[in-house]
Design a protein around this ligand. Structure first.
Ligand SMILES: *Cc1c(COP(=O)(O)O)cnc(C)c1O
Length: 398
């Protein structure tokens, strides 16, 4: 993008929507959702009906979601965090059991594992994909390892087959092959070797939080398992237990009704994200300091975030300066998603060893995510790219 063209775009194409770094509403509602909410409320408005438990709309949403992912069992709940707690409970952890979690991550994996008593072992991620690095995981497996717990980072699939291979290669002496649990909060709909993420691992968790690829009125989550023998326990965890402990992690049927509508248009929203990402890759081609997202052949990226990297000698200060210019000069805030998750959570610092992932510490200073949304226009995308060219060139000259 040459300087004249950039100046023209910046002067004439300022977005009407001030795009947030990670937009507060990651999908969109239309008449279908408005009608569904109304319909469910009216249907519940009777002394014998209410929102009920085990109601038909929730069950239908679970069935449709499991079918979409291509797995036998889905248990929906009130958030990804609680889905992750349930997955960790299902491991029946004992003191000293280790769970391997990538450090470049949202804090939820580490919190849910440590919350159930695991010793969290942080691992490094691949610098091109931001996914947990199988070779690094292998080096950290011990006789106490119970679970490999990757996040499918920023919209893309992590290499689950590699983790499953490790799980078989290093069985736990008492519990057999390691369990693979995937956090897919940011990557609903992502593809891996021709299948949806969630169809291979032992358990996979999803978020329907307001920012994510689809939402159920702001909060909501799902737990998918390929192991039907776990279904009864999971439903017990969700609703006040049975033979085991349980609490209330339920989703309402109004949320499930909205989820059914969102699921219908999910693929379209993901396609829109991909179109914007590819347009952007082309617009940023030639901007030397910005490494655009990498999408391996065997994955289908949903571009929940558009994750870029600055060069090593731009780590920290210069990256931050680019972000400052983007925000203050052009009104386009970017986000670092994520620095090593223990950095933002003192409790995780206290209960885990944060000294063994230096690559993650360094990588966290180079990541910069540029706003993306399924409703973003090509014009807005051009403006954002022109702003990034300008910001980077200015920092280059400073
Ligand atoms: C958003 C997010 C979560 C938590 O999702 P909730 O539904 O808000 O509990 C967990 N993991 C990752 C990677 C996330 O981005």
């Amino acid at each position: 993008m040459n300087a004249d063209r950039r100046k023209e775009i910046i002067a004439t194409q300022k977005p009407e929507i001030p795009w947030a770094s990670e937009p507060a509403m990651g999908s969109y509602y239309d008449e279908a959702e408005f009608e569904a909410v109304h319909r469910e409320m009216v249907a519940s408005n009777h002394p014998h009906i209410g929102f009920g438990s085990g109601n038909a709309t929730v069950v239908e949403f679970e069935e449709k979601f499991a079918e979409y992912i291509g797995a036998p069992v889905c248990v929906v709940c009130n958030g990804a965090g609680t889905a992750q707690d349930m997955a960790m409970m299902a491991l029946d952890l004992e003191p000293g059991d280790e769970v391997i979690v990538p450090a470049i991550n949202f804090p939820a994996c580490g919190l849910s594992a440590a919350g159930q008593g695991a010793t969290v072992i942080w691992c490094e991620v691949d610098e091109r994909t931001f996914q947990a690095d199988p070779a690094d995981i292998e080096a950290r497996i011990t006789k106490n390892t119970r679970c490999i717990y990757p996040v499918h980072m920023n919209g893309m699939a992590a290499p689950v087959d590699d983790y499953l291979e490790l799980a078989e290669k290093y069985p736990h002496p008492k519990h057999g092959p390691l369990k693979v649990v995937g956090d897919t909060a940011r990557s609903l709909g992502a593809g891996y070797r021709g299948q949806k993420v969630g169809s291979r691992a032992w358990m996979t968790t999803f978020s329907f939080h307001t920012m994510k690829n689809m939402t159920t009125l702001g909060e909501g989550g799902a737990l998918i398992t390929t192991d039907p023998s776990q279904e009864k326990r999971l439903r017990g965890f969700r609703q006040f237990g049975g033979e085991e402990w349980g609490s209330n992690y339920k989703m309402t049927n109004v949320q499930a009704a909205v989820g059914l509508c969102q699921l219908e248009k999910l693929e379209g929203m993901l396609e829109s994200r991909r179109v914007i990402a590819y347009e952007r890759n082309a617009l940023l081609a030639g901007l030397e300091e910005i490494t655009t997202p990498y999408e391996p052949e065997d994955t289908w990226h949903t571009y929940y975030l558009y994750t870029t990297l600055v060069p090593e000698d731009w780590a920290g200060e210069k990256r931050n300066r680019v972000m400052q210019l983007m925000d203050e000069e052009f009104g386009i805030p970017c986000v670092v998603a994520n620095p090593p998750c223990y950095k933002s959570r003192p409790w995780l610092q206290k209960v885990t060893d944060t000294t063994k992932t230096p690559k993650a510490d360094a990588l966290g200073e180079r990541i910069m995510c540029v706003p993306i949304h399924p409703l973003m226009s090509s014009s807005d995308n051009e403006y954002i790219c022109a702003a990034l060219w300008e910001s980077v060139e200015r920092v280059r000259e400073e």
